[in-house]
Design a binder for this molecule. Structure first.
Ligand SMILES: NC(=O)c1ccc[n+]([C@@H]2O[C@H](COP(=O)([O-])OP(=O)(O)OC[C@H]3O[C@@H](n4cnc5c(N)ncnc54)[C@H](OP(=O)(O)O)[C@@H]3O)[C@@H](O)[C@H]2O)c1
Length: 437
């Protein structure tokens, strides 16, 4: 049998401790599958005495993850600290430069420094595996990088943040407010004490940026993503969506267009009958649309110790199975030096259907004026419906418009004109409609 693969793990929190546990509990099965044993030889975290529910008595302890990354005691460095700078970046860079394979679950790090790190890995001939960084346990990286060779991707989109999907699912199922669902998500441990990063779409954007690079062969451009979170989604939107045959999901979407690549994260109306609309709660899903395969949808647990550890252990097993001297495939599907510069499509030229909810003064002529502003901007309407918001607000009416395919620029101009006309009592709500099978 080949020599044991020696693993060093930096970060022993939710994911790190689960990885140690899975490697211990599944040792015999992993040995059979990989043809060699996998041994955790060294670890690093901040608090040495913390009980992590795993036996670390025979494992070397490193105060500094960078020292662990360079240590001769390991063949593979596993980074499970988190953060896009500091110890995570320093240790991954040090490990790659020292010729160690690296496995990480850190989307923030890859979104910011992925291409530079991939260049080092490729120069050194080592692997930089990151299956757990996007959609947790769902094997989307391997699927896109390996199983879809030869396919040209047209669009990749997904539900990439379990916290947002949990909140939207409960808002719809139970008629609760955004704030009430967020509180419950925090109580149940699905949302952080400071949930901004999740609910404003930044976490989805990090994962989308990695998928975009894999899909289209561009450099990662996480700062060039159109971003809108879910905090302004109300029951009025959820109910109107349901009446119209849609469900609201926070999607990350990357799409090839004539003017470049669109990358956008925003609340999206998807047809209630579509497969992605059936993805509820903390579950994640990624849809990939290609010329050869058509549309593929992968769905499963996107976070949590076990699901994330499953992806990390899969990455470690791939390294255990690889043979010395074997030339490894490029980190983002194409050699990092050959990734094209990102060509951004302007959001204003985004084409699609739109849902527009207007709360207007109950005056004669408002309805006709709204319809005229749409026509002025060449927006063709699939439907326009008017009804009172409720008996207590008889002076206000809600007008809900659904457009046929139009452009973002036209919708923005029309809404601006309607706002200037002075008919609105509240800010207009605009939600994009996404085609989904
Ligand atoms: N949790 C999930 O469901 C999930 C899913 C997908 C991806 N991820 C990614 O996985 C990574 C880890 O997430 P997590 O949820 O496991 O985080 P976590 O529970 O907060 O654990 C972080 C670990 O890093 C250690 N650490 C922090 N600073 C350190 C330093 N300077 N030197 C050494 N160790 C240090 C901490 O040590 P102490 O324990 O001693 O404080 C802790 O063990 C992140 O990149 C995250 O984005 C997480």
């Amino acid at each position: 049998m080949a020599e044991s693969l020696r693993v060093g793990i930096a970060g022993l929190g939710t994911v790190g401790a689960s990885v140690v546990r899975v490697l211990t509990e599944k040792a015999a099965e992993l040995t059979r599958q990989c043809g060699r044993t996998i041994t955790v030889t060294a670890v690093s975290a901040r608090h040495r005495d913390k009980d992590r529910g795993v036996d670390l008595s025979k494992v070397s302890w490193f105060e500094n993850p960078v020292d662990l990354a360079r240590s001769n005691e390991i063949d593979v460095f596993i980074e499970l600290i988190g953060g896009d700078e500091g110890p995570a970046r320093d240790s991954v860079k040090a490990a790659l430069e020292a010729g160690r394979h690296v496995v990480t679950a850190n989307k923030a790090l890859l979104a910011k420094h992925g291409v530079a790190l991939a260049e080092i890995a490729e120069k050194k001939g080592v692997l930089l595996n990151y299956e757990a960084a996007v959609a947790g346990g769902i094997p989307v990286i391997k699927t896109m990088r390996e199983a879809m060779a030869g396919n040209s991707v047209n669009r990749v989109f997904g539900i990439l943040n379990g916290t947002c999907n949990y909140i939207l699912t409960r808002m719809e199922a139970e008629g609760l407010s955004f704030e009430a669902c967020l509180k419950d998500a925090q109580r149940l441990g699905y949302a952080e004490a400071d949930p901004t990063f999740d609910i404003e779409g930044n976490d989805t954007a990090h994962k989308l940026a990695i998928l975009t690079s894999l899909a289209f062969g561009h450099k990662i451009a996480a700062d060039d993503i159109y971003l809108e979170g879910i905090s302004n989604i109300t029951q009025a939107d959820i109910r109107a969506a349901a009446e119209l045959g849609y469900r609201i999901k926070l999607l990350g979407v990357a799409q090839r267009t004539e003017s470049g690549i669109e990358q956008r994260v925003h609340p999206t109306m998807v047809p209630t009958a579509s497969v992605i609309a059936q993805v509820h709660g903390v579950i994640n899903a990624v849809a990939i649309e290609t010329d050869i395969l058509g549309e593929l949808l992968l769905s499963g647990p996107g976070a949590g110790g076990n699901a994330t550890a499953s992806a990390v252990v899969g990455d470690i097993a791939d390294i255990a199975k690889s043979r010395p001297g074997f030339q490894h495939g490029p980190v983002f599907g194409r050699p990092a030096k050959e990734l094209k510069p990102y060509k951004k499509a302007q959001m204003r030229s985004h084409a699609g259907g739109y849902f527009i909810r207007l709360t207007v003064h109950d005056r004669v002529g408002v309805f006709a004026s709204v319809a005229k502003r749409m026509a002025d901007n060449d927006i063709s309407l699939e439907s326009i419906v008017q009804h009172a918001v409720g008996p207590e607000t008889v002076d206000k009416k809600t007008v809900i418009l659904v457009t046929h395919e139009t452009t973002e620029a036209a919708v923005r101009k029309a809404v601006e004109a309607i706002t200037k006309d002075g008919h609105l009592t509240d800010k207009a709500q605009v939600i994009r409609i996404e085609r989904a099978g």
